[in-house]
Write a protein that binds this ligand. Sequence first.
Ligand SMILES: [Zn+2]
Length: 378
Amino acid sequence: MLLSNVVGQHNAKKGLLNMWQTGHFPHALLIAGKEGTGGLSLALALAQYIFCENKQQQDSCGQCTSCRKTAKLEHADLHISFPSISPKPGTKAMSRYYMQEFREFIAQTPYSSTYDWLQFINAENKQGNITAEECREMIETLNLKSYEGGKKVQIIWRPEYLGKEGNILLKLIEEPPSNTIMLFVAEDTEDILATILSRTQIVRLPPINPQDIAQALVSRSLTDEKKAAQVAHMADGSFTEALRLVRHAENDLFPDVRNWFNALFRNNGVELAKFSEDWSKAGREQQKNFLRYIVQLLEQAIRARYLPGHPPALPPEEAQFVQKLAAMQVSLEVFEKMVKEITDTIYYIERNAHSKTQLHALSIRVVYTIQGRNIPVL
Ligand SMILES: [Zn+2]
């Protein structure tokens, strides 16, 4: 991956290139940024830059053998660890069992979430893990000479999943073998061992600005300029979220949203039952995307209530819907409660709760919220 294919993050790229070019690149770097800010992409692009045989001022060349091998995650001196699960009972979770899947996953987009990754390897409700065995293997591998005679790069995607096992790596981080660079990619530094944090140099990635998101969507031919601008404003600085939103736009979820709201406000039991029946057949990712989309529309309605006269940056139909919603005789508190109910449902669906029951319970709770009644404990 080229650095220029990492969305936005101009300051981080500039700073890192500068560190490299002045000989101050750290042995252990921790890239920290929320989901969708591009930590993993940046680490992969840095690895390619480090291996490139024909480095340019601002980027790797993208053409040399090393660049091509790195782009396919096939460079012999590129080592990657990520959360994984035990492939069969009695076998410890190790990244190397899943390298082929990881290559496919990254080839789709390096902007997917860790949750998406764990779904990709069918972890279902199993927690991913970076195990003690994996840490020991990492130490062994990095202590070997590099295969190609240059640097060795170890990427650790989500050191949060190391847990206490991370302490096994302390010596490695502190005194890395020669020609070794470790790139940690984290989303939440609070979940990383303090002993690891204190031994790495941290680069923080801010949310990506909307112009960069819009430009990346258009240059990847994912959508047209108008839609890209709308999506970029709703994505909250996350390219992962922007990709999800573009996918919605394709499926046109809006009619279903409108039907659901009509059923809620009329307390139409038949329609609400049909809603949970229909949507329980969709995949979990789709269900979550759909619910996130509703949350975004509700948030736009809340904003429109606070800032009347600022029409939401949405396609005409959705904008009209949001403005109607904002103008309804419904208190902000109700909107906020609805957002909370839907967000909770996303959380339950993520954890494999029975989706039809969850969606139906959601409709009931929202109807009660709208009517100002106390929600019965189910
Ligand atoms: Zn190159």
